[in-house]
Ligand binder design. Structure first.
Ligand code: NAD
Length: 526
């Protein structure tokens, strides 16, 4: 771990074994007091430890700002070609040993990693809040769920088996599920620890090794995952991290040593990743954006439906791929629904993400915030009415450099308007009225995306009809945005290819080998 090599570095993000108050916690206290935390540890991770980048070009440096305060967290040198090579070679070397372990042996190490994560939970949480600006209780719930996912993948590993197939005259065949090889994994900024964990835990459970590139906006917590893996006994090189922006992502997706790419991000970048992989017929999983419908029928339990709409729109400052940003409400309950939805939204507490009472933290970057405000502006110009929110909220304390936006509800938007069709990736819910089931299903499906959808109703027949008709990879009946590890997650249409979580990951992180065994003489008419 870096602790052993951090001679010139002033703040340790990791300290699994340190006694007494955590250095990181003292960084956090400093953050609240002065508006800045400083990370000086190397953030590249190869051969089981943090390493300095090989790239000597300072033009490849990028600065990471703390969303809550707008203050610099660290400057990171992007991985160049030699860095990506080093990480891929490390993963390739590790593959020799890791892929030959039994599922049970791999599972034991993953289960131990879950234990290490749980026993260092608060440090990971604090780091993630610095990195993302999300409310601390929300991050805590996410990291706890990540430990569960690690446990799930630990249990999945020994269940990966093939088939036995009886053939004529006593001959037979069997299939094996073999790992694909080195997996290049790329994450988006909104759930950084989850991205690194969902992708790597599934890939490792299936016997692959991993090179992960986080978003350049949130580079910190994936390295803590690396240290947790090392602590748990994962062999060196099985999980590596290269930091960087677009260029580093491109180097990873086109590296000849990478056999599979798993990517989470926007549709346009996903298309570029797929194109890069197509050149070498590299396998690819894509987890992309959405514009999901949440449908609320007049017989729904209204309080639960309002809670569902909150969860569908306002977690993580609205920066959630599966958000149900098109809220369809049956006409007879529209007035009452809007009244309750607005009241609850206006009660949200905007502020310091380290405060346990905060429910709206900071936007990830000024650019992302400007994008959200631009969408609200266009919506207004195209005829939408603002029910509440959509304003910049300023502070005259240590948060003054962060960007905070009050959660926004819009109505009166047409189905063909920009706000109804494009992913905003911010806390903007647009509420539409509908009359009939048939009409709402047609309108819900009138989108190029298909990540998620939700329906609130007490009529189970209707719930199941809607669940079958809505074209999306995940449908919630009477709830929204819950992600049990057992449930495959992924998109229809432009929202993606492949699945994360559940047994489905076996399909995407293994390849089938068929072995034919002849028990008689060779029948050769030649
Ligand atoms: P983004 O597409 O801008 O970036 C994602 C990642 O791709 C980053 O690590 C970035 O450095 C990298 N990248 C950029 N250009 C690249 C290239 N040419 N080759 C390889 N890598 C490249 O996305 P973002 O702004 O970080 O995240 C928001 C998007 O992610 C939203 O569209 C959201 O819906 C989507 N998302 C999807 C899921 C899902 O599971 N479906 C989950 C979270 C986020």
């Amino acid at each position: 771990m870096l602790l052993r090599q951090s001679v010139t570095l002033c703040v340790n993000v990791s300290r699994w074994h340190r006694q007494g108050p955590s250095l990181l916690l003292s960084v956090c206290r400093r953050s609240v007091a002065t508006g800045s935390a400083a990370i000086h540890e190397p953030l590249h991770f190869v051969d089981g430890r943090r390493v300095l980048p090989l790239n000597s070009n300072s033009n490849d440096d990028f600065e990471v700002l703390e969303p809550a305060t707008g203050q610099p967290l660290c400057t990171v040198r992007s991985a160049g070609a030699e860095d990506v090579d080093r990480a891929v070679l490390s993963a390739k070397a590790a593959l020799q040993k890791w892929s030959r372990l039994s599922g049970m042996e791999r599972g034991k190490i993953l289960r131990q990693t879950a234990i290490v994560i749980r026993s260092n939970l608060e440090e990971i949480v604090q780091t993630e809040v610095h990195d993302t600006g999300k409310p601390i209780w929300e991050v805590r719930a996410d990291i706890e769920a990540c430990a569960d996912t690690m446990d799930y993948m630990a249990g999945l590993a020994p269940t990966i088996v093939g088939e036995h197939i009886q053939l004529p005259k006593g001959s037979f065949a069997f299939t094996k599920r073999e790992p694909i090889g080195v997996v290049g994994a790329i994450g988006s900024f909104n759930y950084p620890f989850q991205m690194s964990l969902w992708k790597s835990a599934a890939a490792l459970a299936c016997g692959n090794t991993v090179v992960f590139k986080p978003s350049e906006k949130t580079p910190l917590s994936c390295v803590l995952l690396g240290e947790a893996y090392s602590e748990a006994g994962l062999p060196e090189g099985c999980y590596n991290v290269v930091q960087g922006e677009v260029k580093t992502g491109g180097l990873l997706t086109s590296h000849p040593g990478v056999s599979k790419v798993t990517f989470t991000g926007s549709v346009p970048v996903g298309a570029k990743v797929m194109e890069a992989c197509a050149k070498d017929i590299r396998k690819v999983t894509l987890e992309l954006g959405g514009k999901s419908p949440l449908i609320i029928f007049e017989d729904a339990d209204l309080d639960n439906a309002v809670k569902g709409a909150m969860l569908a729109n306002f977690l993580a400052q609205g920066q959630v791929c599966s958000n149900g940003t098109r809220v369809f409400v049956q006409r007879s309950i529209m007035g009452e629904f809007l009244k309750r939805f607005k009241a609850r939204t206006e009660k949200m507490k905007i502020g310091n993400p380290f405060d346990e009472q905060t429910t709206v933290g900071a936007m990830i970057t000024r650019r992302q915030a400007e994008n959200v405000l631009m969408f609200i502006d266009i919506a207004k110009k195209e005829g939408a009415r603002v029910v509440c929110g959509g304003e910049i909220v300023t502070f005259d304390n240590e948060l003054s450099g962060g960007i905070y936006i009050s959660p926004c509800i819009l109505t009166n938007a047409g189905d063909q308007t920009t706000i109804a069709r494009e992913e905003v990736f911010g806390a903007v819910a647009t509420v539409f009225e509908f009359d009939t089931e048939e009409e709402v299903i047609r309108r819900a499906n009138d989108t190029e995306f298909g990540l998620a959808g939700g329906v609130f109703t007490k009529d189970l027949g209707r719930a199941f009809r809607v669940a079958s008709e809505v074209e999306a990879g995940v449908i919630y009946v009477n709830n929204y945005n819950v992600y049990p590890s057992e449930l495959p997650f992924g998109g229809y249409k432009k929202s993606g290819i492949g699945r994360e979580n559940g047994r489905a990951v076996i399909e995407y992180f293994t390849q089938i080998k068929s072995v034919y065994v002849e028990m008689g003489d060779v029948d050769c008419p030649l």
